[in-house]
Design a protein around this ligand. Structure first.
Ligand code: PHE
Length: 336
């Protein structure tokens, strides 16, 4: 019993103490081993009981030892193992989700360029997701976005309730509420009714950006996104813009960077031999400015939108989008 109390109260708070504990109670020359050796001298009628008590003591000591050993291996730092081993597990440190890490990095880069951060609702009306952004009723561009509808509005299409398909809804809300100069980015979750695969998901994250002021030009747009790409992916990263179409920007472009996964041979992420699209961009269409009461003769602006998953995949060499939502600890632990 005295030894049981010793084992229980022994504090293991560093690796030296772990070793002392091992020698005293777990090792072959320790005090427990000596007691086991003495078992043969115990009268035969008591031997069973004493043997059982010793075995229980041995389990206690070995359990405490391996728990403490694991805790040091996991954290690499010192941990105090509680006396009552049934109370807590060894301390496991969590890690940030890779999407959180990359989102924080994106915000940091744009904050340095003077962009604030704005937020808005995920459940949205058609007005903020489409109509105000110059999507005409029944325009095919609405279908391009594979919308999840929640509720049909009474009457006008712009009253339909849906899950936002991009964070551009926040741009509209911001422009209604704040007059230029506006320089902000909008990170958030977006939803599209797409089959889940290594490259696509029905839920993903975007960061959009908006800059509206007097004399904002396409050069400002390109400079800002070039700067972003070099900061995010390193200065050797090449960037290209391809002409594109969005109802809310004119002219519009898609932005590609050199694929960091396959280094140019084509892979399941880039598909187009070495270039991978990371977002869309363009000059805010004057109709959008007028829809929110901003004088489009006086002001101009640029906007862009990027997928955080795609950027994270390139940054960390992740080849399957589904990993982000499966919460497999073997995946998550790597971002410690
Ligand atoms: N909203 C667009 C999308 O989700 C991205 C975008 C934002 C394009 C801003 C241009 C300007 O596809």
């Amino acid at each position: 019993q005295a030894i049981q109390a010793e084992v229980e109260s022994f504090l293991i708070s560093n690796e030296a103490e772990l070793e002392q504990f091992r020698i005293a109670y777990v090792g072959r020359k320790g005090r427990l081993a000596a007691l086991f050796d003495g078992l043969k001298d115990v009268p035969a009628e008591n031997r069973r009981d004493v043997g059982q008590a010793l075995n229980a003591l041995k389990q206690l000591a070995e359990g405490k030892f391996s728990l403490a050993q694991e805790a040091f291996a996991d954290s690499g730092s010192s941990v105090q193992v509680p006396d009552d081993l049934t109370l807590t597990d060894p301390i496991m440190h969590g890690s940030m989700h890779p999407l959180t890490i990359v989102r924080a990095r994106i915000l940091e880069i744009f904050n340095r360029m003077g962009f604030s951060v704005s937020d808005g609702p995920e459940i949205e009306t058609d007005f903020f997701n489409f109509t105000a952004l110059n999507f005409p009723p029944n325009h095919p561009a609405r279908e391009m976005q594979d919308t999840f509808f929640i509720e049909k509005g009474k009457g006008e299409i712009q009253d339909d309730v849906l899950l936002r398909t991009h964070t551009s809804n926040v741009q509209v809300r911001l422009m209604q509420y704040q007059k230029p100069p506006i320089r902000s980015i909008m990170p958030g979750r977006v939803f599209r009714n797409e089959a889940i695969s290594a490259r696509a998901h029905c839920l993903f994250h975007q960061v959009e950006g908006l800059y509206v002021d007097e004399d904002v030009s396409f050069k400002d747009l390109k400079d800002s996104l070039y700067h972003f790409a070099k900061e995010m992916f390193g200065k050797d990263t090449k960037v290209r813009f391809r002409p594109s179409y969005f109802p809310f920007t004119e002219p519009s472009a898609e932005m590609d960077i050199t694929c960091l996964l396959c280094k140019g041979d084509g892979c399941n992420v880039c598909k187009q031999a070495g270039w991978v699209e990371i977002g869309g961009a363009g000059m805010v269409d004057p109709n959008v400015l007028e829809n929110v009461g901003i004088d489009s003769k006086k002001y101009s602006g640029f906007a862009f939108g990027m997928g955080i998953e795609r950027i994270t995949m390139l940054k960390y060499q992740i080849k399957d989008l589904r990993l982000f939502t499966e919460n497999d600890v073997r995946f998550l632990r790597q971002f410690n």
